[in-house]
Design a protein around this ligand. Sequence first.
Ligand SMILES: Cc1cc2nc3c(=O)[nH]c(=O)nc-3n(C[C@H](O)[C@H](O)[C@H](O)COP(=O)(O)OP(=O)(O)OC[C@H]3O[C@@H](n4cnc5c(N)ncnc54)[C@H](O)[C@@H]3O)c2cc1C
Length: 721
Amino acid sequence: MRQLMWRFADRYDLQMLVQSARGVARGPVARLVADGGRNAHEWTARKNELLSHYDASGITAAFMEPEEGGFITGPKNLALALAAFELAWVDAGAATGALAGFLGLSPIHERGTPEQLRHYMSLAAPAKPGEDRAPWRAAFALTEPIPYVGVDTGMLSGKVSVAEWSPGAEPVLQVEKRGRFITNMGFANFVTAAVDTADPRIKSSCLVILEETDPGTFDRGTPTKKLVHQLSSTSDPIFSLRVPASRIVGGYTVKDGVIVPNFDHSQVIEAVFRRTRVTVGVMTSAKLLSAVEPVIRYQRGRFRGAEQAAPGSVRYELGIQQREDALHRLVDVWAAGEAGASLGFATARLFDELDPLERKKDAALAAQGIGGMKATMKWMKALERSALELLELEAHPRGEKQEARIAELRGDELVRFALLDAQANVLCPATKLWNTGVGADFMREAVSLMGGYGITEDCPGFLGQKWMDAQLEATYEGPEAVQRRQLSVTMGNPLFLAQLKAWVRELRHLSGEHPGLGGCVIASAMDLWLWTYRHLERSTDADGVKLVQSPRQGVTFKLADALGWLVASRAQILDAVVLAEEGGAVLGEAHAGTARFFADLCHAQAARTAGEVGRICAELVHGYNRHPSWDAEGRAACWSASDADALEGIIPGLAGCSVDVLTEGAHPDKEGPCASCQGISDFRSLRVKVDGCLTGAMLAKDRAAEALSKVMIPEALDYPL
Ligand SMILES: Cc1cc2nc3c(=O)[nH]c(=O)nc-3n(C[C@H](O)[C@H](O)[C@H](O)COP(=O)(O)OP(=O)(O)OC[C@H]3O[C@@H](n4cnc5c(N)ncnc54)[C@H](O)[C@@H]3O)c2cc1C
């Protein structure tokens, strides 16, 4: 069923990976957590053993191309997300440990020279049968000690300078870098480190590869005293090393006696984080879904053992689940987990589609001799126009001529690239922001459903630890503010906004065929968001200051949060549609009931999303108007009773959009000062529409709750306490 929903039913390689990652998670990882492996900060021998399990199970090789020792052909974003999901189901620290090596390799994978790629990938690949070598482990060092700590790539204190440069020879670089919170550092053989230039003979910042045997200091530093993710190794390393200039990631050229890195550090990091943040989001969702079974087991057995709860009685069979609240809250946890997983996997799949197109775009730019930021942006603008034209035509196709043009534009891979790129730029930070931030809140809810047991080490499914861990997932690879900042730029891209509009139509269309998924709720909430965005873009606050602008995080960050809810719900609905349409072949008789249940989860989630979006939009639309007072100016903004009556005569119901009306020149005492509804009547209708779209949402929740009370679970968890 999951293979269908997350679209890997036709991928045997991914199914095998899921199976083996699940075996590692529920075997050695779970045993280590149960044995108290999380109680030490140090990288112990037993934790180190996990690395060989990752190698043996194919997790390590999942990152590599077949010619480098891997087994998956083509892009691997979905593969890595699935492996992370399986490991995080038991312990997200283990998932992070398994994936951090990929983070270290990613700069080389995304921007490395062909020689760097070949060299480091094959060193990092697990040994083949008969080969006697240990795979090299990688780490990624961006973050630096306070005050430069953080993934805000604009600031760096690590430095690179020229140590030696004999005529005709390869320059030797001196690298000074202190890392902070660097994963895998306890055992990494090499590190990709971000450094800024400290020498006029080096043009810009860059990423540089440091090996443990390079001359100088390769100090791994002291382990971080983490409260979370203790199954990965983290420390604050110190590097002072001499390395050949060929270690600059992506290579360099020499121009007028100056080393010019082909990529500065932020170009490399952008390409890396763009993909790896999605996997982190998937981890938190895995934990929410993993919490459902232990909570059900606890809730059902809650009263057993008491004299009043005799076998066969409702109290004995259902425990706390005989009451609505426990069930409704668990429905919320489950629904949020589904939405997050759907969003994460959808984004991973999007990157799988985008990766080859991005390479085609790079090739097209190179073939046309276009380089540099300005020229590239101009080229992208032209592409954007074609993509917008396609969206416009698709919204209103008229006649053969248009159909031919639509087919032509759809067939253009670069147009496709532009469309997907605009989506990916939003969906990646949205996954990281929504899945981890909102996920951490829902994880608390899951823990609360276990009462006191939830915050003990004995809690089945390690729920308390998963709750704590969720905060780290919300933090690393850029905490919430970093994701919101990125979203506030990317969500305003006209190509994204036009696609969002197309999604509204898509959801309304789907709702016709699949009512009861909440598609209409999300379409209406998307409309409300779009209206709010456009309105705020044109508006100022009561002091005349522009609302949508970069320093105004109070506005844009809230819109980013609302968008996260919307895209997560949409992804969940699309997955539920696949289940409804294709699940019959897999589920047989159980199909109708299962599809109904997942539809109800969608609907419940959509209702919550609509509430969040409505709240945020209303606050922003109304909140920046100064509340009028009882003075002459304030009263001037009000409607007079005679005006209202006159308007009512022309358009029945219009007067109703004013909240307060002056009667005979004064306000009734309790109604207080009034605000004019000038210019926002559309908002009011849209908001009322969203509320109306909640029709049936609680019925869906009741149905999901009822089904939840009947969900069959095994007698015991399939991994230790
Ligand atoms: C266990 C662990 C492992 C890690 N592994 C690695 C690793 O392998 N490699 C690596 O390079 N790094 C690693 N990190 C570092 C991690 O990426 C950073 O800690 C993380 O991105 C948060 O940055 P910060 O700690 O500087 O927080 P800050 O950026 O100082 O954030 C503090 C608060 O301020 C907010 N904030 C930050 N900037 C802004 C802004 N401009 N506007 C508004 N609010 C803002 C944040 O949202 C947050 O709420 C790891 C961290 C941990 C804890």
